[in-house]
Structures are given as C-alpha cells and as structure tokens.
Design a protein around this ligand. Structure first.
Ligand code: GLA
Length: 632
C-alpha cells in the first residue's frame, strides 16, 4: 500500500520508526493526559437517592430533598447536585429503543401519551432552584438491581428487550436523550451489566435476561477484559462531549475499583469509584477510605477518586455517633472525595447538618489546588494526612482508627515545616488554636479525627515538593505490568455478608505511584540515604507534572533500596514540553542517588521518565525521585 503511494524504502523506514516511537508509552508527549472534560474542577458536591431510598424513589421524595437542600442552606454550602440512582426506568420502548420513565413515580414526566415521557420538567424545576440534576445508568444491558435484587420496587418492566435499559449498544441514543434532551448535568454509570449476566446465572438461564459474556470479573483482575471496559466507558465520555459541548457535566464511573480503573479512570471521567459500596458501618468506612487514601497521585482537578457516597446520618454515623460522623466527613473532605450526601435531608438533625455544613472543612475539600491529602504517617491504628492548599497553608487530619483512646505526636516534619519556628494549628471544629515548635502531642478519643488548618515556615521555602502537589502530578504510565489487589486495605465483610471465605479487595492498586512512599508503602531510600519527600514509582513509568511558574526542577534519583529487582540498571530522564532537559547515567541497585537539576522556566509540562531494559519483567524495579521539587 505504502509502495503503491509511491513512497521510497527510506521514507517507509522513517514512517515505521515514527510509528514505533509514537507507540512507546514512555516517549514524552508534552501534554497533560488526565481527563479534562466535564466540570469537576473541584470534587462534586450534592445528594444521591441511593443510601436512603434504594430503588424506592419518587418525584415527591427527590423534590422534597431538593427543597430541603435549599431550605437548610446545604445548597448554598455547595451541595447542588441532586442525583437519582437506580429505580427510575420503566422500559426501553421497542422497536426504536427510546427509554421510558416510570410516570407513576414521576408524574411530571408524563408529557403526552404514556409512550412519551420526559425528565425535562424535573430538571427544569431543579435548575430553577439553582440546583443541578443527576441521572443513573449502567454500562451493560441491565442494571445492578436487576442483577442482584429481584423483588425490589421499580424494576424495569416488559419483555427481555424492554427490560434492557443499560447503555450497552445504546450509548449515543441514551446520552443524547438524558444529557441533551432531558437536560441532566451528571451521570453515574454503573457496571453490574458487565459482570453479572453470565451464562450460568439462574436469571439468565431462566430466560429473564440475555447473557453478556462478563467483561468484569469482580473476583479477579486477570480474567477481566480491562481494555474492553475502558473502551466502553470512553465511548460514554465521547458521547458526553458531543451532547454537552459546553462541558457542564459530571461523568461518574462506578466499577468499584475493579477492571484496573486505578490506572485509567483518571483519563476517562470526572470521578471513579475505588471500592464496592459503603455501608453505614465503621469497618466498612475504613475499607472504602483505604482504597483511596494511598492514591493522591491519581486524583486531579476534573478527575477524582470516589470512595462512595457519604453515610453521615445512618448506622455508625448517625446522630448518636457524632464522633464517627465527624471522622467520616473530615476524612472524605481531606482526600478530595466527592461530597455526595446519602441521608434523607428532609429529616436531618441539626447536629448532623452542622457537621456536613462546616464551611472550613468544605473549603478544604474544594480547595482550588486540587491536592488530595498525602499520608504523612501511616499505621493500622493512627494515620496523619496532610494536604497542601492553594494558599500555601496546609490542612492536617489526625485519625484514630481504633477503639482505644490514643495520643499522637504531630511533628513539624509531618507538615514539612521548619522545626525551630512556630507552627499554628486551628481546629476546624472548635476554632481553638494550638501553637508549637518541633512537635505537639494530641489526645484522640476512640475513632476521633482531629482536623486542623496549619500555618508554619515551610522547609522548602521557595517552592513545593512534588509530593505536596499531587493534583499537578499525573502518573500517565505508572509501570504496573501485573495489576494486583492492594494487600494493605482494611478488609471488612462486604455488604452481602460473610459468605465465601473472606473479603477480597477488587482494587488492583498495588504498585501504583505514591507520594512520599514507594509503590509498596515503604519509606523512600536510595543506597542508605532516606528521603522524607519524593515520588516512589516503578521503573518504566512516565509522570506528567504541571509547572505552575517554577524556574527550577531538582531531584535525586536512584533505584530504591526496597526494589524487588536488583539486577537491571535504570536511567532517569527529565523532559520539558517534550524536549529532553536532563538524563541520568544508567544507575544500579545500591548506587548513590544522582542529582538532576534543570531550568524549567517557561516550561508548561515536565515529564519524568524512568526506564530499564528488563524484558520480560520478572520483578518490578522500584525507583525514587527523591526530594523532587519545583522552585521559583
Ligand atoms: C451498585 C452501585 C451503588 C448503587 C447500586 C444501585 O451497587 O455501586 O452505588 O448505584 O448499584 O443498584
């Protein structure tokens, strides 16, 4: 073909070289590749029907909550998305496939004959109240309630084809209807239709539902078709861009941490679930929190980790458990989780309203720099999380996970502040101030989270460590070749109960890039030299860094002492807007870290590439970008 076009052999050679070079995922692109669609410049805030009503939803309930959001002042505090979850579908009309709404539950959707339903009146009402409207669908042909909850109210009705209300095979048609014609601003796309409708499932065998060869294996990443799942969700993103050309939408992916979403969802949608459903139990909150807390580098303005909706107001987080409710809320806020309430706002006790309306904590979550908090101290009983704010100040949460009262030492080092200068903490619940130098001891009640704003003298005075600005660092390629479940998660029994032989996390995040830790949760150390600050990542990775006006990038690079692979040398390269700025010599295990210092004045995107020549990869090589920092 190329020859038929009259190209010479040399030109063909050049073309194939170019296409090989383009295929190299470590080749610099000069671009920021994480998701830029949609409107989630800060984590979305709002309410969802699921935790209070499950599929038993009606227009009266939805509008009642919408009214309450306005009357309580929650809307003014930022909770503006009103999201309908599962339970609104009547059927997919045949033969044209247009989706119909349950008009018995949603009277305003009856805009003509029973065949002509529309949510436009509902979204217009919400918009007129200054609110936004959210809808729910599934990536497969069928929904989660159809898969797992026979007998619940409001399941879709009719023939097998009429009950296929999911997006599969209808992406363009449904997204146009929901987002353009009906005017929704938010869509959550669940994944049960891609995992549950196996040939041997009794609901498929009995002929109630069509088989869909599962693309997601909830139990095993190895038998999940990651590319196919990614392609389907990408198709939705493309349709959203087509039908919401002004970009005013939120695309919420709900694949519960399966299908290796850690590595790609940040490139595809606005928020992505990192775990299975939260329930109103303390231990379940720990599990969901753990799936997101070590992933600050995977959260950026317009694409956030989603450990699921808030359960403030129920079970272990109800009005009789205010310590737990405060912890849950403060933790979600500081890790930049979407703040989506799940309680019935119409009947909300004042004490709970005060928690979720706390303006200082909301401001931490909505801080424009978009830095998810980084773990400054990590243990099974206590964790200290620090988040760098746009103002340069910090937010810090000290979290007692356990049932015993404990003391925690908060040090200047945790905050990356100078130890010999005053540090001032402001408690965001009580407004009380604590001033200290070097360190202070904090008493924590069982399950308590103290959350402060902190001001002090920065150790690095004229810039930021990259680990302080994870919202501007994107692991475009994180080097994980064999995704594995994260063994450090707190594993509580799943919502289905203690069937089977244990709780197996789906979140294949183990080995992903980490701020101030190695990808396997160790301290950063190269040839005996420890680094309190830095990025830990596997070799054969490429990190994109947004430069916000800094002049110099400096780092000390080497193979980490904890690296499983000790034989293959690694070379480190720094690019500025696609051009090579500096390169290390190939470095070996136990060799001293090499300093790289480059001028990045005027550079927009810096790329950090660590390569080794190990093929096939038998063991991962852990590398450290020690003290990686941008300075003025
Ligand atoms: C899944 C999701 C939940 C909710 C239900 C609805 O379980 O993870 O958040 O949307 O489906 O059926």
């Amino acid at each position: 073909m190329l020859r038929a076009l009259g190209l010479t052999t040399a030109a063909i050679g050049l073309l194939s070289f170019v296409s090989i070079a383009q295929a190299d995922p470590l080749a610099p692109t000069g671009k920021w590749s994480a998701y830029q669609g949609g409107s989630a410049t800060t984590p979305p805030m709002g309410w969802s029907s699921w935790n209070s009503f499950a599929t038993d939803i009606t227009e009266a309930k939805i509008m009642g909550v919408a009214d309450a959001l306005v009357k309580t002042g929650l809307a003014a505090s930022g909770y503006r998305y009103v999201n309908m979850d599962d339970g609104w579908w009547q059927k997919r009309r045949q033969p044209d496939g247009r989706i119909q709404i349950r008009i018995a539950q949603f009277p305003s959707a009856a805009v003509g004959s029973a065949e002509e339903t529309s949510f436009k009146p509902l979204t217009e009402k919400l918009h007129a109240m200054g609110l936004k409207a959210g809808i729910y669908s599934d990536m497969g042909r069928n929904s989660c309630s159809q898969a797992y909850s026979p007998g619940v109210p409001n399941l879709a009705e009719g023939s097998v084809a009429e009950r296929e209300i999911g997006l599969y095979g209808h992406v363009d048609q449904d997204i146009a209807l929901y987002m353009k014609d009906w005017g929704f601003d938010y869509i959550k796309v669940d994944g049960c239709g891609l995992r549950a409708f196996t040939a041997d499932n009794p609901i498929v065998k009995s002929g109630q539902f069509r088989e869909l060869t599962p693309l997601i294996d909830g139990w095993n990443i190895n038998t999940t078709d990651v590319t196919a799942v990614r392609n389907l969700y990408t198709e939705v993103g493309t349709a959203l861009a087509r039908y919401k050309p002004n970009g005013d939408f939120i695309f919420s992916l709900c694949a519960w941490g399966s299908a290796d979403v850690r590595s790609w969802a940040k490139d595809v949608g606005s928020i992505s679930r990192t775990s299975d459903d939260l329930s109103p139990h303390w231990v379940r909150m720990l599990y969901n929190f753990d799936t997101a807390v070590t992933r600050p580098l995977y959260a950026h303005p317009k694409s956030w980790n989603d450990p699921d909706m808030l359960y403030v107001g129920a079970g272990d987080f109800d009005g009789d458990h205010l310590t737990e409710a405060r912890s849950h809320f403060a933790l979600w806020a500081i890790i930049n989780a979407p703040l989506i309430l799940g309680n019935d706002v119409r009947t909300m006790p004042k004490a709970l309203l005060d928690i979720v309306s706390n303006p200082a904590i909301i401001a931490i979550n909505q801080d424009p720099a978009g830095n998810q908090a980084v773990l400054a101290y990590d243990a099974q009983d206590i964790q200290i999380l620090v988040k760098t704010l746009a103002s340069g100040k910090k937010a810090v949460a000290v979290f007692n996970r356990g049932l015993a009262a404990v003391d925690a030492d908060l040090t200047a080092q945790h905050l990356k502040y100078a130890a010999d200068k005053d540090i001032v903490l402001t408690d965001l619940w009580t407004k009380k101030k604590i001033t200290f130098k070097k360190e202070t001891k904090l008493a924590l009640a069982p399950r308590q989270t103290l959350i402060f704003e902190a001001e002090g003298t920065r150790q690095l005075q004229n810039g930021l460590y990259l680990s302080e600005m994870p919202g501007s660092v994107n692991p475009a390629v994180d080097g994980v070749q064999i995704p594995q479940p994260d063994p450090t998660l707190f594993r509580s029994q799943p919502w289905g109960g203690t069937h089977g032989n244990g709780a197996h996390p789906q979140y294949a995040g183990w080995g992903g890039a980490q701020a101030d830790y190695t990808p396997f949760g160790q301290s950063l150390r190269v040839a005996g030299e420890s680094f309190d600050s830095g990025i830990g990542v596997l070799a054969n990775s490429r990190l994109e860094v947004r430069n916000n006006g800094a002049k110099t990038f400096t780092t000390e690079v080497g193979i980490d002492d904890s690296s499983p692979d000790k034989t293959h040398p690694v070379s480190f390269a720094v690019y500025g807007d696609g051009k090579l700025l500096a390169q290390s010599k190939p470095t070996r295990f136990r060799e001293k870290a090499e300093t790289l210092a480059v001028n990045v004045k005027g550079v927009k995107i810096i790329e950090l590439v660590a390569r080794n020549d190990a093929t096939p990869i038998m063991q991962p090589t852990v590398v450290t970008w020690g003290n990686a920092a941008l300075t003025k």
